[in-house]
Design a protein around this ligand. Structure first.
Ligand SMILES: Nc1nc2c(ncn2[C@@H]2O[C@H](COP(=O)(O)OP(=O)(O)O)[C@@H](O)[C@H]2O)c(=O)[nH]1
Ligand SMILES: Nc1ncnc2c1ncn2[C@@H]1O[C@H](COP(=O)(O)OP(=O)(O)O)[C@@H](O)[C@H]1O
Length: 216
């Protein structure tokens, strides 16, 4: 057996959740830029695009009617209402990515994470991002300068609710220094990729080693 076969593995479904503004999007972008083995799940949403956001890259920006059709046709792996809008993970691209041995990163809230935990517990790795303080969270939302004051207020008002789900996650990172947090995320992913249950080629490899060992 070649060592190449040993590298075969099931993809990781890496979920990042946090209160809005804690840094999920920043960390996701960095991971995608630095690691060709991971792709991102592009959600569909009924919310308006922010300046600079690209349809099909950041989100699929769709109407409420279209969203409802997709729900009715079971096209979502999970979906939820967040901040008066609807958000959902299209099923097809996730299945394709996992089949081709890629990892896939999801920027979804606690409701979506719970749904994925029901349907794909073995593949899931859940990471919760906390801000160093509520003051920092607000500063980050305002400095991002892409939402109106009213929208920022709404996101801040929902932050405690989102944070209350922190203990449902496998890992919790406090995003104080973004470089340090990113390194921790990379280490989590590396370790999860090495987990025995994901490594499809391992049992054949070990069996062959044992057979050869017994012959000596
Ligand atoms: N359940 C679920 N939540 C999502 C999905 N896409 C985005 N979200 C969550 O919706 C919330 C709002 O996202 P967004 O409007 O982009 O604001 P942001 O959190 O400031 O980036 C965040 O908590 C996201 O994680 C999805 O497909 N499903
Ligand atoms: N560790 C950090 N320190 C300071 N600012 C940060 C840090 N991480 C992210 N930011 C900034 O905070 C704002 C919100 O981050 P973002 O990644 O959009 O959060 P989320 O996707 O969780 O809403 C952005 O302007 C981003 O550049």
């Amino acid at each position: 057996m070649s060592l190449k076969n040993l590298e075969k593995r099931r993809g990781v479904m890496l979920v990042l959740s946090s209160p809005s503004g804690a840094g999920k999007t920043t960390l996701t972008r960095r991971l995608l830029e630095n690691d060709p083995q991971i792709v991102s799940s592009v959600s569909a949403t009924t919310r308006e695009a922010r300046p600079g956001e690209v349809h099909g890259k950041d989100y699929f920006f769709i109407s409420h009617d279209r969203f409802k059709d997709m729900v009715d046709n079971s096209e979502f792996l999970e979906h939820a209402n967040v901040f008066d809008n609807r958000y959902g993970t299209p099923r097809g691209p996730v299945m394709e990515a996992l089949k081709s041995g890629k990892d896939i990163i999801f920027d979804i809230d606690w409701q979506g994470t719970q749904q994925l935990a029901e349907s794909a517990a073995d593949d899931l790795v859940r990471v919760f991002i906390l801000p160093p303080s509520i003051g920092d969270l607000e500063k980050r939302l305002r400095s991002r300068a892409q939402d109106s004051d009213a929208v920022v207020e709404k996101r801040m008002a929902r932050s405690a609710d989102e944070i209350s789900h922190w203990s449902e996650y496998d890992y919790v990172l406090v995003n104080d220094n973004v470089d340090a947090t990113f390194q921790k995320l990379v280490h989590i992913l590396e370790a999860e990729r090495l987990k025995r249950r994901r490594r499809i080629g391992l049992s054949d490899f070990a069996r062959e080693l044992m057979e050869e060992g017994r012959k000596r």
